[in-house]
Ligand binder design. Structure first.
Ligand code: PMP
Length: 444
């Protein structure tokens, strides 16, 4: 604590600090973190959904170590074996025609490049992103990040239009019975007739209206950039069928669908490797980061040959993108997900987790949602309004004191975000559910 207090002034004030009583993290192992006093924490946030296969995984460590003895860096002007091996392994995870990969260093950079690809291919400039979505902090993608009122006054990503947030819990068209999956959570069996969801209908109607009216004469937007499930926004799942229909709407008008899989990708949702697949939607461009490298700086954009070829008329250069170390790590992460069946674990343990959370009787739990190991618990007060930020912060601080690290988010800061490394067990879940329940009881 003392050391954190001493060193804190060296970082800018705006640097996000999660806790009132900060911890100094010194070690990570699997799903656990340790502080300087040796206190052990169950890490159910994984550095914001980044540690996908567990802290310091031996196989990933070994891959990094082995590669570090051979070659660190060349810049993409020379070709290296690791980038090809990785590109082959990564693109094998995608359906046709998504088979060309650009390697970058972060999620913001991936989305930045995705917008450039879309604008170049379509010859259009306007873009749509969804309210409450998060896509990064470079100046361009900041314009597509639509959360809160903290954005800077300097110009950022202009000509980015905002679609309605298709949120079945707080959104204007309701639809909490029509959530994509799993509908059984909180007994919310979908009440709509098969293949038809009223909330999705209304949000799509509005989306189509927007496409018709908001863009200059015949040229519509270049792209719709959207997370497959909103992450920072508080694990918001769209009403059933929304994503696939919105993709089709934009694609039928000559624009591209860009799936931001920075949080939802790599098997986290359990049923599918990618979030868009879990909603039967087919994008033109997919962006990835975080879990792709288990904490190593790595991001990627996967697209079609046609879209990539069109980009060849301009130069694309990235000093570190696809460096041998990152490529070796990325490949090892994919191997671990397969070998340790972590996607299956996300499905099984995630399902168990959602049901355990759902069975809690705390009145402050307004909503339990998510899929696999991407989970949100929305906290409310007696009037059903978002729980006061101070109370949520107290709950959050208390879970940490009890040895459990989780995240928070949502526009009102009242959603507990739970996205652990995918190697967790049901025993870990039992511990976490017990802590969450006790902390809510004590501080709501
Ligand atoms: N997209 C999503 C969905 C994210 O959650 C984030 C990071 N929170 C980003 C993009 C940006 O990633 P990075 O911080 O690596 O730039």
């Amino acid at each position: 604590m003392q050391r954190v207090q001493q060193l804190r002034p060296l970082l800018p004030k705006g640097h996000v600090s999660y806790y009132k009583d900060q911890i100094l993290v010194t070690k990570g192992e699997g799903q656990f973190l340790f502080d300087q006093n040796g206190k052990k924490y169950l890490d159910f946030f994984g550095g914001i959904v980044t540690v996908s296969v567990g802290h310091c995984h031996p196989k990933v460590n070994a891959a990094l170590h082995e590669q570090s003895k051979k070659l660190w860096h060349t810049t993409s002007i020379y070709h290296t074996e690791p980038i090809y091996e990785y590109a082959q392994k990564l693109t094998a995870k995608f359906p046709d025609p998504l088979k060309v990969v650009y390697l970058v260093n972060s999620g913001s950079e991936a989305n930045d490049l995705a917008l450039a690809l879309a604008r170049n291919y379509t010859g259009r400039f306007d873009v749509i992103s969804m309210r409450n979505g998060y896509h990064g902090m470079t100046q361009t993608v900041l314009g597509a990040t639509n959360l809160g009122n903290w954005k800077p006054v300097y110009p950022h990503g202009f000509n980015i239009f905002k679609s309605l947030n298709a949120d079945p819990y707080r959104g204007i068209f309701g639809g909490d019975k029509c959530r994509d999956s799993p509908c059984q959570v909180r007994n919310r069996k979908c009440a709509c007739s098969p293949g038809k969801c009223e909330a999705a209908d209304k949000y799509i109607e509005q989306f189509d209206e927007m496409l018709l009216h908001d863009f200059s004469h015949s040229s519509g937007p270049a792209a719709f950039l959207i997370e497959s499930i909103q992450g920072v926004g508080g694990t918001v799942q769209y009403p059933k069928g929304y994503l696939a229909r919105a993709y089709k709407s934009i694609q039928s008008r000559g624009g591209l669908a860009i799936a931001d899989e920075v949080q939802t990708g790599f098997g986290r949702l359990g049923s599918h490797f990618w979030g868009f697949e879990s909603q039967s939607a087919m994008p033109d461009i997919v962006t990835m980061a975080k879990g792709i490298g288990n904490g190593f700086p790595l991001g990627a954009v996967v697209t079609t040959k046609e879209i990539a070829d069109a980009f060849n008329r301009s130069l694309y250069f990235n000093t570190y993108g696809g460096n041998p170390l990152a490529s070796a790590v990325g490949k090892a992460v994919l191997e671990v997900i397969e070998e340790e069946k972590l996607q299956e674990n996300s499905a099984n343990v995630g399902d168990y987790f959602l049901k355990q959370l759902d069975s809690l009787s705390e009145s402050a739990i307004g909503d339990v949602r998510g899929k696999g190991l991407m989970i949100g618990v929305e906290l409310i007060d007696e009037q059903g309004k978002p729980l006061a930020a101070a109370k949520t912060a107290a709950i959050f601080e208390d879970t940490k004191n009890k040895g459990l690290l989780i995240g928070k988010g949502g526009i009102h800061g009242n959603v507990l975000r739970i996205k652990p490394p995918m190697c967790i067990t049901k025993k870990d879940v039992d511990f976490a559910v017990d802590v969450i329940s006790k902390s809510i009881k004590q501080f709501k």
